[in-house]
Ligand binder design. Structure first.
Ligand SMILES: [Zn+2]
Length: 245
């Protein structure tokens, strides 16, 4: 696939192999070293996210208070599980409603309803909605010579879901993220290396999607992105990766 349109200005030294495109970054001024920034929520924004976070934390604490979980089976019998190597394994069936447990059902409208039981009494747990800005994940880079800034990734605008499947995604397109610089021990700027995954060609992509798209839309709707930073000694480490579909 081509370099994503929004990265075209800085992308160079491109190589393509089996659905993966790799390239490096160079500022139009000629410099290849950048200071790196990641979006960060402010105190005020965190306060808006807190009701949702608190409700989830509460639910998770009740769900797995001792690393085990109670679940009702299809006959309404309670069973007690423990997680072993990422698989829930049953410990035993229990006779009565446990002291603390959670349960969830999907109602007729398809909405998730969460419940918890404490001392044998079931209560519905309201999880307040997350404000739409809260799902924003964004990175930018500033040229270490001329200071010009470039967006490396913003999950509201780039990648498959953002470009082609935005329905149902909660995102705030007007939101202006606050960025914080990533501090490195040596205090030096970094070179950048990108790897993008998608179909090789626009034709394949359109055929698979059964829809006509232009080159810009195709290039920005990659399904996976990896971004690496390279220090002065040539040591490469992953800055982030994001599955966008
Ligand atoms: Zn520059």
């Amino acid at each position: 696939m081509p370099i994503p349109n929004y990265l075209k200005e800085i992308g160079f030294n491109e190589t393509r192999k089996a659905g993966r495109t790799c390239f490096e970054a160079r500022c139009p001024c000629g410099c290849e070293k950048f200071h790196i920034y990641k979006n960060k929520f402010t105190k005020e924004e965190k306060a808006l996210m807190k009701p949702h976070d608190d409700a989830w934390r509460f639910y998770c604490n009740v769900s797995y208070p001792d690393g085990t979980q109670y679940k009702r089976d299809e006959n309404g019998k309670w069973r007690h599980y423990i997680i072993k190597e990422c698989v829930w394994e049953e410990i035993k069936e229990i006779e009565t409603t446990p002291e603390m447990a959670t349960d969830y059902v999907w109602n007729e409208k398809g909405e998730l309803r969460l419940y918890y039981v404490k001392s044998g009494v079931w209560e519905e747990l309201e999880i307040p909605e997350m404000p739409p800005f809260a799902s924003t994940e964004a990175y930018k880079a500033a040229c270490s010579e001329c200071g010009r800034e470039f967006i490396l990734f913003d999950n509201r605008f780039y990648g498959y879901d953002a470009v082609l499947a935005s329905e149902g995604m909660k995102r705030d397109l007007e939101y202006k993220p606050t960025y914080a610089q990533k501090k490195f021990k040596d205090g030096k700027p970094r070179r950048l290396f990108f790897q993008i995954e998608n179909f090789d060609t626009l034709e394949e992509f359109c055929k698979d999607m059964e829809e006509e798209y232009d080159e810009v839309t195709f290039s920005n709707s990659f399904s996976w992105i990896w971004v690496y930073i390279i220090d002065e000694n040539g040591k490469k480490s992953k800055l982030f990766e994001y599955e966008t579909a």
